[in-house]
Design a protein around this ligand. Structure first.
Ligand code: TXA
Ligand code: MG
Length: 320
């Protein structure tokens, strides 16, 4: 099992020795290693059992570091970075040649972000290299938002989990690439498209302009081990699965009337706040997954603001 602790010095020492360390961010925990060293990055793919074609995000602590890794940075990218960094925004830009191909899945672009978490920012400032860090879960499974989640997934494969408490946002960063000057959302995430629009009014989604590569965005992802179903109206599923051991995940607690006797129910929010729903999403999925249900039935949340990103995760979690 990994040691869970708060020592950035210990984390830095391990990372300087080419070991992997799980690090907290405001979105989810990352499985971090030296992002400029091929052998270390190789270990990240091995621990996660991740396909080599699914590129990683490089984490840095100050905006000027972007220019060590990327080139031809459009003004629109700078505007977004200066507004939202540190924060849950990842920028995909043309890569500098020294960035190892293994970090970018062989692409000529690199993904970069500054996470908004004090411990990890301090850690990054002690290091002379960026940290490659995918979410610290096994490939395709639920992303971790607490040290305990990391421990349960990959604790037997790493030495140290830097304990930064629960992640404040709870779902991954929003990923933005560029076609010329046009920002394209490659992955919906903790920064809502509405907020991006206020800085870059010309932003489009990949559904609107698919002329950009988005590897790693599989239809199945973020999945609990237990069978997982998501629906607008969960009532018919409760009838269909009558007699089975069912866990139910609702948006708000107050729709208990539709849910029968003996069915375990928990909710993402106390009174319908979408930020709270994002904060709780993966934690609830971990909890339900541990309870041994035959099936988990979840309800979509309102499809607005960050709810678009939550619904994206629920949909992928339910795909086979
Ligand atoms: O919030 C987050 O972004 C977290 C924390 C740890 O920072 N990290 C995270 O990493 O979610 P990961 O590896 O689970 O997802 C990164 C995704 C890849 O699956 C891929 O879809 C996209 O980022 N990506 C990375 N590099 C890319 C590139 N050059 N072009 C297009 N997409 C890229
Ligand atoms: Mg991930």
């Amino acid at each position: 099992m990994a040691h869970i602790g708060k020592s950035i010095e210990k984390a830095a020492e391990l990372l300087n020795n080419d070991e992997l360390v799980a690090i907290p961010t405001e979105t989810v925990y990352g499985l971090a290693g030296n992002g400029l060293k091929q052998e270390t990055i190789q270990k990240i793919y091995q621990v996660k059992n991740r396909p080599a074609t699914n590129p990683l995000i490089l984490h840095v602590s100050t905006p000027d570091r972007l220019y060590d890794l990327a080139e031809n940075v459009p003004e629109e990218a700078l505007a977004l970075a200066s507004k939202f960094w540190p924060g849950p925004l990842t920028l995909v830009l043309p890569k500098k040649s020294h960035v190892p191909d293994i970090a970018t899945g062989g692409l000529n672009t690199v993904a970069v972000r500054i996470p908004a978490h004090d411990l990890t920012l301090q850690l990054l400032s002690l290091l002379s290299f960026p940290l490659a860090a995918p979410s610290a879960n096994l490939s395709n499974q639920v992303s971790p938002t607490s040290p305990e989640h990391v421990q349960s997934q990959i604790g037997d494969q790493i030495k140290y989990i830097l304990d930064g408490g629960r992640c404040s946002k709870g779902i991954e960063s929003t990923i933005v690439g560029f076609i010329g000057k046009t920002p394209v959302i490659l992955r919906h995430g903790a920064l809502s498209i509405d907020r991006i629009k206020r800085v870059a009014a010309n932003v489009v989604t990949r559904e609107e302009n698919g002329d950009i590569l988005a590897p790693g965005m599989h239809s199945k992802h973020y999945s609990p081990v237990t069978r997982f179903i998501v629906a607008q109206d969960i009532a018919p599923f409760l009838t269909d699965f009558k007699g089975l051991n069912i866990g139910v995940l609702t948006f708000m607690p107050d729709n208990g009337k539709r849910i029968g006797e003996g069915i375990f129910k928990t909710s993402l929010t106390a009174c319908g706040d979408l930020l709270e729903a994002a904060y709780n999403l993966y934690d609830k999925m971990y909890q339900l997954d541990k309870m041994g249900f035959d099936v988990i039935i979840a309800e979509y949340v309102p499809n607005e603001g960050i709810g678009i990103s939550i619904n994206d995760r629920l949909r992928r979690a339910s795909n086979k």
